[in-house]
Design a protein around this ligand. Structure first.
Ligand code: FES
Length: 100
């Protein structure tokens, strides 16, 4: 089932907005022309990532500074972390969303 999140024309460079779909906390990001949809929860200690800084395809958690790759979910801390959860955005008409 498609859950709309945002109108496509509202996406822009530097866009970052949190959404909640059911129990799922999501973060929609646009960086360098690419759109990323991730779980808005750091795998380290569950901190929200909405205030994290984004450069290219990396988001830095504001809590302890671990960086996560937005394409792979891989964290910069050695060994111990579960990856960041990444979702594939879905599109319907002029909307971007998620299929659940
Ligand atoms: S909670 Fe994100 S780096 Fe610690």
């Amino acid at each position: 089932m498609f859950h709309p999140l945002e109108k496509l024309h509202l996406l822009h460079e530097g866009y970052k907005r949190a959404f909640k779909v059911g129990h799922l906390h999501l973060l929609l990001i646009q960086s360098e022309g690419r759109t990323f949809l991730i779980e808005n929860r750091c795998p380290h200690m569950d901190s929200p990532l909405g205030n994290g800084s984004v450069r290219q395809d990396i988001i830095r958690c504001p809590k302890h500074g671990i960086e996560f790759n937005l394409l792979t979910g891989k964290g910069s801390a050695p060994g111990c972390l579960a990856p960041l959860k990444i979702f594939t955005p879905a599109y319907e008409g002029n909307l971007i969303g998620i299929v659940l």
